[in-house]
Design a protein around this ligand. Sequence first.
Ligand code: ATP
Length: 269
Amino acid sequence: QNKAKLFEKTKESVLFKDVAGLDSAKEEIQEVVDYLKSPDRYASMGAKIPRGILLVGPPGTGKTLIARAIAGEADVPFYHISGSDFMEMFVGVGASRVRNLFADAKKNSPSIIFIDELDSVGRHRGAGLGGGHDEREQTLNQMLSELDGFEKNDSTIVLAATNRPDILDPALLRPGRFDRRITIGLPSMKDRIKILEIHANHKPLADDINMEKIAQGTPGFSGAELENLLNESAILATRRRVEKITMELIEEARDKVMMGLERKNLTVT
Ligand code: ATP
């Protein structure tokens, strides 16, 4: 029986302090944390909180990380499912999995559902090559009906991530569904320094390491790529049997990471 990869339910230890930069996103999302901590206060005030929030931005910029941090800050269960997982399922199970996911999350509310790669299941219906994809449409329809089916006292918030909001089915964006959008962009120079500092923690750095200089030399890098850069440098240092990561090793690793990125772009386009 294909029970694997239904969804993952975790208790998160990631906090906002683990997310570098993204200050305006954190500010916007603070309201959600407050709500999840004490939904009853909002309910007794008659206040309605947005149910579905879309995190939009390029890969590796911290969308998953910030979603985890909301769960960590509010100390509520985190349900993670990837839109592409639905595509690997047997015909007919996608919709029931969506139903189970929402039922479990509601039962354990306050809680967060995080749908990664929403576009793979949420693409405009009928827009796929070779006509409709029944399985995907059924899954998407179930998701839409779950989003509409929340009761007033269900304190579950649904977050979804995408880097292609333009191809989403408009039905997903209607009021009451994913009607709030938060943009998660590539990090600025200042934020790249902060990200490097977080991921350099616990790594032995030589005295010549200059985070500002590294940040200057990595325009367009995402948080994930910066993390990868430091990791590649640590691998190089280990292989060379040197005790600390030097600026020279960082530069070597940067060339390697950039070459990998170029190759990736070549295969994509
Ligand atoms: P994708 O669209 O590919 O799923 P994503 O936006 O969800 O990407 P994450 O999975 O959150 O990206 O980021 C990958 C990793 O990169 C994180 O686990 C973290 O280690 C690092 N990272 C990305 N952004 C940040 C950030 N702002 N601060 C600290 N670490 C970051």
